[in-house]
Design a protein around this ligand. Structure first.
Ligand code: SAH
Ligand code: SF4
Length: 389
């Protein structure tokens, strides 16, 4: 296993051509075993080593006979994304810039709390949506992440904190997962679903669906499937109470306007213990009046709901300002008085640009400068990268 995960995970050249076993479903793993002439039940043993023990070296999988270990190493690898860069904030938030096999990169963040913590996972490189307040939204979509790359983000975090084998007693540093990194998870539903099923599997990583939250900008047609098939907690990036304002700041609203979005929320499987979180970014003079707060309460009527008020994190070139703290508190107090939980999210890791909506800046800057270096050296990498200075 990679010691502590602190050194970048280096993949030997001979391993690049080998298929990684990470991210395959149990059935796909059994099919791979059959392909090399092994009994499908080997998949169960491998599953345990890969996802419970966190082992990346076949030679160390001691419950498998030596010839089988050698055969596995001949055909496969247990790959991690390469850690291009790791930064730890003064508030202990940690961010990894991860580089995938094709050179594309995405960011993953760990947000520690007192006795637990959440990994914030990306689902795409970039995003096709262009929410006006979001820095990721200014980056073109490069591609969807694969199940291997989504599960791999979580595994890198586990490596980094040496949290293997998967602790079974509940005292985990990395206890929760939020799909709130780069990208819109419901536009990459199949890969996200496959990754989450692996992460939820009780014989491996074993994070319960109660500890997983998927955040969507409101991809209405996929919300039902997400509820029925995955049953994870849902967070909806609402951010406005009228179609007029939401159309302006979140173009997806033109396709799925508020009435449809709220209908999909009403249909989502919830109960009092499992409420939908409505995320609401506080934009000065745009959506932060008490009239907005009143309209918000009306909008969610009948839905088991809680709110998460996010002070706007500014980035270079952003056209908005964050609401004044006093106004955010008034907004929050009003919602509390109406019986809703409405905490103000503390920006975490802003010194390392790890806070909500800040992901991209640095990775794209690094990527662009690398691309410029490659171009200067006469090597074209062919990736769809938007150049910025
Ligand atoms: N694409 C998904 C998940 C990723 S964004 C979605 O939009 O829900 C995670 C959260 O950060 C969303 O609620 C998003 O609206 C919010 N966000 C984006 N940019 C932000 C910014 N600059 N400041 C604060 N929150 C932001
Ligand atoms: Fe994409 Fe979410 Fe950012 Fe909107 S807020 S651009 S959906 S990542």
């Amino acid at each position: 296993m990679q010691a502590g995960g602190l050194a970048p995970y280096v993949t030997a050249m001979s391993d690049i051509s080998k298929k990684s076993l990470v991210g395959l479903s149990r059935e796909q793993l059994a099919a791979e075993m059959a392909d090399i002439g092994e009994k499908p039940f080997r998949a169960k043993q491998l599953w345990h080593w890969i996802y419970h023990q966190g082992e990346t070296d076949f030679a160390a999988m001691t419950t498998l006979a030596k010839p089988l270990r050698e055969k596995l190493a001949e055909h496969f690898v247990v790959r991690r994304p390469e850690v291009s860069r790791m930064q730890t904030s003064t508030d202990r938030t940690r961010k990894w810039l991860l580089r995938f096999a094709d050179g594309n990169e995405a960011e993953t963040v760990y947000i520690p709390e007192e006795d637990r913590g959440a990994v914030c996972v990306s689902s795409q490189v970039g995003c096709t949506l262009t929410c006006r307040f979001c820095h990721t939204g200014t980056q073109m979509l490069v591609r969807n992440l694969t199940p291997e790359e989504i599960v791999g983000q979580f595994m890198v975090a586990r490596d980094s904190y040496e949290e293997w084998p998967s602790p079974m007693d509940g005292g985990r540093l990395i206890s929760n997962i939020v799909l709130m990194g780069m990208g819109e998870p419901l536009f990459n539903y199949d890969n996200v679903a496959q990754a989450l099923k692996i992460i939820m599997d009780g014989e491996g990583i074993s994070v319960s669906k109660r500890r997983i939250t998927l955040s969507t900008s409101g991809v209405v047609p996929m919300m039902r499937r997400c509820g029925e098939e995955l049953g994870v907690n849902l967070a909806v990036s609402l951010h406005a109470v009228s179609d007029e304002v939401r159309d302006r700041i979140m173009p997806i609203n033109k396709k799925y306007p508020l009435a449809e979005l709220m209908r999909a929320c009403r249909d989502y499987p919830t109960n009092n213990a499992r409420r939908i979180t409505f995320e609401y970014v506080m934009l000065k003079g745009v959506n932060d009046s008490l009239a907005d707060a009143r309209a918000l309460v009306k909008l969610v009527e009948g839905i088991p709901a809680k709110f998460n008020l996010i002070p706007f994190n500014k980035w270079p070139g952003a056209e908005f300002d964050c609401s004044d703290m006093g106004q955010i508190r008034k907004f929050s107090d009003f919602l509390f008085e109406q019986g809703y939980s409405a905490p103000i999210r503390q920006p975490r890791g802003s010194d390392i640009l790890a806070a909500c909506g800040q992901l991209k800046s640095e990775s794209e800057r690094i990527r662009c400068s690398r691309q410029k270096e490659r171009l200067a050296a006469g090597i074209e990498d062919g990736h769809n990268v938007k150049m910025e200075n």
